[in-house]
Design a binder for this molecule. Structure first.
Ligand code: ZN
Length: 724
C-alpha cells in the first residue's frame, strides 16, 4: 500500500480505482501479474441496470482444447493458434480495459467478497468486530446518494487546512497529513506515483535483511510515471494537454473559477513535470544497487532542507532509524530546488490537487465521473465505469483485505488445493535444483551458493499465517472518505512502525483473493494468494499436464525471480550480496542480454513505432522463460512416476507435452485495449500476453518437438535465448 520493495509480481495489475497497472506493491518483490482490472461479465444486457445485470453468476474458465483453431499453424503463431477462438468469443466489456481467461475468476472472486460484505452490512447488534468493520465499510461505500449529497464536504477540512498555510515551513506537516490519508500507492501501486512530494515507509535494509530501516522514495506524480510528463511525441503531448484540461475541470468542481483553475492546472503540471525530470527512470531503479543509498538523518536534512524532516518523522510517528535509505538523492535535490523556486501559493495549488485527485474516487458522482473520464477513458481506454459494487469490493479488499480474506479462504480454498499446490511447488523447486547442477556455464562454487539460496526459499501458499488486527481502525456507516482515510492511515503507520524492529517474515503484500503471485527477494519467499489457485490457473478437475502448464509455469516463474538479473543479487537471507564468481556473473549477463535484446521489439498493438524496452522487462521475461521450462521438467517427473512419458497421448487426443503448452497459452489469452498496451510498455516490467507465449516458446526446442516445428518457422528462433 505504501512504498516500493523489490517484490516482483506475476502479472500486470490493473489497479482497481483507475485501471492502472501495478506490479510490485513494495519495492523489489516480483509478481507474475495475471491481474487484470477486469470487470463485468460479458453479455450484460445494456438495458438492465448495471449493478443488477452484473450480479449474474460469473463463469470460471476451464482449459478446453476444442478452442484450438486447427486451421492455423501452431508453428507460425502459437498464441493465435491457442487463443484466437477464445479471443473472438470474449470481447472486452465496455467497462474493462483488458479481458482474459482469468477475468471470469476475477469476477468470481469479487462475487464471493460481495456476498460476504452484503451479509455483514446488515446493521444488527450481534455482529463481531470484524463483520461490523467490513459491513459498515460496504454500506458507506455503496451509499451513492449520501455521498452525492455530501458533495465536497468530506474533503473540506483538508482543503481548508491547505488554504490556511502561512509559509513554506508549514508544507512539511501537510505532507505528513497527505501521506496518512493518501499514501499514494493504493491508486497506482507504481513506485513513481507514491505519495505527494515523496514516499516514506519502513523497509528491510538491503545490506542486512534482518533489520527494518526508514526508506524515503521519489514520488509526487499523478500520471503513471515520469515518461508521461517528459516524452515529446505527438501522442504524449496530446495526453498531457488532456491532463491539463482534466486538472482544470477538477479544480472547477472543487469551486474554483475557470480562470483560476486553468492557472492552477498549469502550476500543477509544471511542478509535477519538475519532479518527473528529477526522478530516476524505471530501468535504473531495477538495479537494487542504484537505490541503496544510505544516509544519516543529518545528511537527509542537508539533502532537502526545505522539508523539516524532524517534524515529518514526528508527525508520522517514525521510530528512530539506524540510517535512511534514500532511493534517489537526485530526486530530492531537484525537489529542493523546486520548493525553493516556487512560492507557497504554487504548493498550495499542488497540494489541493493532490488531495482532490487522490480522494476523487471517494467523492460525489461529478468528481468520480470526471476522474474516470481522464484516468480510465483517456489513459486506459475504458468506455464506461465498472458498476459501483465492483469498485466497492476492490476498495474493501484494498483497505480491509485481511478481514475479507478470511472469508474468501474459508469458502474457496479447500485444504486439498493447498496440498496439491505445495506438492507442485516442491517438484518445481527440485527441477531448478537439477537444472543448476547440470549447467555447463556455472562454476561449482556458484552452484553451491545457488542451491543454498534455492533451499532457503520459503513457500507461502494461500494466505498469511497471521491476520492483521484492525481493532484500532474506526469504520462507520456515514463517511466513505473517512473510512478509507482511517484504513490507509492504519496501513501507512503499520509499515512505518516496523522501523527499528526485527523483520516480520509473516508479512504478505497481496491479499488472499488477489489473482497474482510474487517473489520477495528480501524475504526470499514465493507467495501464491488463494485467489490465483483456481481455474484456469489451478484446476482440481484437470490432469497434471494442464496444471503444470498453467499454475506450474506461474510457480516456476516466481522461483526464477530469485535468480533473475535482479533476484540473483540477493542472497538466501535476502541481503544484497554478490554470491557469484566474477566469471559466472559475466556468463549470466551475456545470457540476460540475449533475453533483453530479444524482447526489445515492436509492439504493433500499442500503436505504430511503439517499442518494448527489453531492459525493463528482462527480469519478468527471464522468469517466464525459466519458469515454463521448470514446470515442464516437473511434469515429466510426475508422468514418469505414473509410468507415462510426455509424448504419450493424454485426454482429447493430444500428447501431454502438447496439452502442457496449450494449457499454458490458454491461461494467458487476453484481449487488451491499445491504450493499455501503450501504458504497459511504458510503465510495466511485464511483457504483453502474446509475447509471454510466443517469445517464450520460440526459445524452446521442447516446443518444436511438441508440434513438429522446423527451422525457419516463426516459432523457431534462430538465436534462441536461455538463462535457466
Ligand atoms: Zn514476475
Amino acid at each position: 500500500m505504501t512504498l516500493p520493495r523489490f517484490t516482483t509480481a506475476l502479472v500486470f495489475t490493473l489497479s482497481a480505482a483507475f485501471f492502472v497497472f501495478t506490479f510490485a506493491h513494495r519495492g523489489f518483490a516480483q509478481t507474475v501479474s495475471v491481474n487484470s482490472p477486469v470487470a463485468a461479465s460479458a453479455g450484460v444486457s445494456p438495458d438492465a441496470p448495471a449493478d443488477q445485470a452484473d450480479a449474474k453468476a460469473p463463469k470460471l474458465e476451464h482449459f478446453d482444447p476444442d478452442l484450438v483453431d486447427k486451421t492455423l499453424d501452431p508453428c507460425n503463431d502459437f498464441y493465435k493458434y491457442s487463443c484466437s477462438k477464445w479471443l473472438a468469443a470474449n470481447p472486452i466489456p465496455p467497462d474493462q480495459v483488458y479481458w482474459s481467461t482469468g477475468s471470469g475468476l476475477q469476477l468470481w472472486n469479487e462475487n464471493l467478497l460481495r456476498e460476504t460484505l452484503e451479509a455483514a452490512s446488515a446493521n444488527t447488534s450481534n455482529r463481531d468486530a470484524v463483520h461490523q468493520k467490513i459491513g459498515d465499510y460496504w454500506a458507506a461505500c455503496m451509499d451513492e446518494s449520501g455521498i452525492n449529497a455530501a458533495g465536497l464536504k468530506p474533503l473540506q477540512t483538508e482543503l481548508d487546512r491547505i488554504a490556511a498555510l502561512k509559509s513554506k515551513k508549514d508544507i512539511t506537516l501537510e505532507i505528513a497529513r497527505l501521506h496518512h490519508l493518501f499514501p499514494g500507492a493504493w491508486q497506482y501501486g507504481d513506485n513513481e506515483s507514491s505519495g505527494a512530494f515523496f514516499g516514506f515507509t519502513g523497509q528491510q535494509d538491503y545490506d542486512d535483511a534482518s533489520k527494518v530501516v526508514a526508506q524515503i522514495d521519489q514520488g509526487g506524480l499523478s500520471l503513471p510515471n515520469r515518461d508521461y510528463y517528459i516524452k515529446t511525441d505527438d501522442k504524449s503531448k496530446e495526453l498531457l494537454k488532456k491532463y491539463h484540461a482534466h486538472v482544470q475541470k477538477m479544480f472547477v468542481l472543487a469551486g474554483e473559477s475557470e480562470a483560476q483553475a486553468d492557472a492552477d492546472a498549469g502550476t500543477v503540471i509544471e511542478l509535477e513535470t519538475g519532479m518527473a525530470q528529477a526522478q530516476m527512470d524505471n530501468v535504473t531503479r531495477r538495479d537494487p544497487k542504484n537505490v541503496n543509498n544510505k544516509m544519516s538523518l543529518a545528511q537527509v536534512r542537508e539533502l532537502a532542507p526545505s522539508i523539516d524532516w524532524d517534524a515529518y518523522l514526528k508527525a508520522v510517528k517514525a521510530p528512530a532509524s539506524e540510517h535512511f535509505i534514500v532511493t534517489s538523492p537526485t530526486f530530492f535535490r531537484g525537489e529542493e530546488k523546486l520548493i525553493e523556486n516556487h512560492p507557497l501559493e504554487h504548493w498550495q495549488a499542488y497540494m489541493r490537487w493532490q488531495a482532490i485527485h487522490r480522494a476523487a474516487p471517494l467523492l460525489s458522482k461529478a468528481i468520480v465521473d470526471e476522474n474516470f473520464d481522464f484516468f480510465a477513458r483517456a489513459l486506459a481506454g475504458a468506455e464506461q465505469q465498472r458498476p459501483r459494487w465492483r469498485r466497492c469490493v476492490t476498495a474493501a479488499d484494498r483497505d480491509l483485505g485481511d478481514a475479507l480474506g478470511q472469508a474468501c479462504v474459508d469458502r474457496a480454498f479447500p485444504p486439498q488445493s493447498r496440498a496439491r499446490t505445495i506438492q507442485m511447488v516442491h517438484s518445481i523447486e527440485a527441477a531448478l535444483s537439477s537444472d543448476v547442477q547440470s549447467l555447463s556455464w556455472m562454476s561449482a562454487a556458484t552452484k553451491e551458493q545457488a542451491i543454498v539460496k534455492l533451499k532457503g526459499i520459503e513457500d507461502k501458499i494461500g494466505y498469511p499465517a497471521r491476520w492483521h488486527d484492525y481493532s484500532t481502525v474506526t469504520i462507520t456507516r456515514d463517511s466513505y472518505l473517512n473510512n478509507v482515510a482511517q484504513a490507509t492511515s492504519f496501513e501507512f503507520e503499520r509499515w512505518v512502525a516496523k522501523i527499528g524492529k526485527p523483520v516480520d517474515r509473516a508479512e504478505w503484500t497481496m491479499t488472499p483473493p488477489t489473482i497474482n503471485a510474487y517473489y520477495d527477494p528480501q524475504l526470499n519467499t514465493i507467495n501464491f494468494p488463494a485467489g490465483i489457485l483456481q481455474p484456469p490457473f489451478f484446476d482440481s478437475t484437470k490432469d497434471d499436464a494442464v496444471n503444470y502448464g498453467a499454475i506450474g509455469m506461474v510457480i516456476g516463474h516466481e522461483i526464477i525471480h530469485g535468480f533473475d538479473d535482479q533476484g540473483r543479487k540477493f542472497d538466501a537471507q535476502g541481503n544484497l550480496r554478490d554470491w557469484w564468481t566474477a566469471e559466472d556473473g559475466k556468463q549470466y549477463d551475456e545470457r540476460g542480454k540475449c533475453i533483453s535484446d530479444e524482447y526489445t521489439q515492436d509492439v504493433p498493438d500499442a500503436g505504430s513505432g511503439v517499442k518494448q524496452n527489453g531492459l525493463l522487462t528482462q527480469g519478468e521475461d527471464t522468469a517466464d522463460n525459466g519458469g515454463i521450462r521448470l514446470a515442464l521438467t516437473a511434469l515429466e517427473v510426475s508422468l514418469k512416476q505414473q509410468g507415462k512419458s510426455l509424448d504419450d497421448k493424454g485426454p482429447d487426443g493430444w500428447t501431454y507435452r502438447q496439452r502442457f503448452f496449450l494449457s499454458n497459452a490458454y491461461s494467458w489469452c487476453a484481449n487488451v485495449r491499445p491504450e493499455i498496451a501503450r501504458l504497459v510498455v511504458t510503465t510495466d516490467p511485464h511483457s504483453l500476453p502474446i509475447f509471454r507465449i510466443d517469445n517464450v516458446i520460440s526459445n524452446m526446442p521442447e516446443f518444436e518437438q511438441a508440434f513438429g516445428c522446423k527451422a525457419g518457422q516463426h516459432m523457431v528462433r534462430a538465436n534462441a535465448c536461455r538463462v535457466w
